[in-house]
Design a protein around this ligand. Structure first.
Ligand code: R5P
Length: 287
């Protein structure tokens, strides 16, 4: 097997290589002045099982194109198989039409990966697990929930309540609550506009409890902040905020500096410059 890194998350690939006791393969990835991408494997991949690791995070479209070209180059260089390892899968929130005349963008990404010749996909905590069905090839859908559970168990949190920030996360919250032997609550949210969220209802008892909010991703931080504020209004204590994917667009990190948040637990599926993070952030590795 050979492991190659795209440009999106070399630190994670370094840790994976260490875990696997192997060296990442050599591939040149550069840009022409026009912005077009150039790929060249600098060692043979003939008959190799090639694993390409690329987080499809910001700049999403560039990272996606880079991956597609890496797959194509590996196929044309006679790799035996190509596995796309996607710690963060982009466009996962566009997995169905919410209104007429919209695309299903996550399906388009799956189709592109097929078209260029990916044999297998390994990914983590998909926004909507049904995206697995967009592929006709095996998808290994892994989760960071065990890492997060392990970390939280060691904290011995007083009167915890696991909180699902919306209806989509209920199953995950239920699992985490059962692992931690804690009750759980569900928030109902509305999206008045793109990247805006407001809480309409809370189901469950949160007063006097320490919320453990479990999310798939924090993007702009809008959802988390409205969830935290909704919980505070109902008399909850400072919350632990846990999310697999720290997408952290715009001023998300600043927004998370909220008095209702005790700690933010994230993973390294999306790279975050650690100099922006204070000691209220914990980054668990999924390597
Ligand atoms: C949406 O349903 C997701 O699970 C996240 O709650 C959401 O996309 C996070 O985005 P933001 O941080 O911008 O509110």
């Amino acid at each position: 097997a050979m492991l190659f890194s795209g440009t999106s998350n070399p630190d994670l690939v370094g840790k994976m290589a260490e875990e696997l006791d192997m060296q990442p393969g050599k591939v040149r990835i550069s840009r022409f002045k026009s912005g077009e991408i150039y790929i060249h494997y600098e060692e043979s991949v003939r008959n190799a099982d090639v694993y390409l690791v690329q987080s499809l995070s910001h700049p999403v479209n560039d990272h996606l194109m880079e991956l597609l070209f890496m797959v194509d180059a590996a196929r044309r260089a006679s790799a035996r198989s190509v596995t796309a390892v996607l710690p963060y899968f982009c466009y996962a929130r566009q997995e169905k039409k919410d209104a007429p005349r919209e695309p299903i963008s996550a399906k388009v990404v799956a189709d592109l990966l097929h078209t260029v010749g990916v044999d297998r996909v390994i990914t983590l905590d998909l926004h909507a697990p049904a995206i697995q069905g967009f592929f006709h090839i095996p998808v290994d859908h892994l989760t960071a929930l065990d890492r997060i559970t392990e970390y939280l168990s060691e904290k011995r949190i007083d009167h915890p309540v696991v909180v699902s920030p919306d209806a989509g996360r209920v199953k995950t919250a239920e699992k985490l609550a059962s692992y931690l032997d804690a009750p759980f609550a569900i928030m109902m949210k509305r999206r008045p506009a793109h990247n805006e969220a407001s809480i309409t209802h809370i189901i469950g008892e949160v007063k006097g409890h320490t919320p453990i909010i479990i999310e798939d991703m924090i993007d702009t931080g809008g959802t988390i902040v409205s969830v935290v504020e909704g919980l505070r209004e109902k008399g909850a204590k400072q919350a632990y905020v846990c999310a697999t994917h720290p997408v952290f667009s715009a001023d998300a990190i600043k927004k998370l500096d909220n008095p209702g948040i005790r700690e933010v637990v994230i993973t390294d599926t999306v790279p975050v410059d650690s100099s922006f993070l204070n000691d209220r952030f914990t980054v668990l590795s999924v390597a």
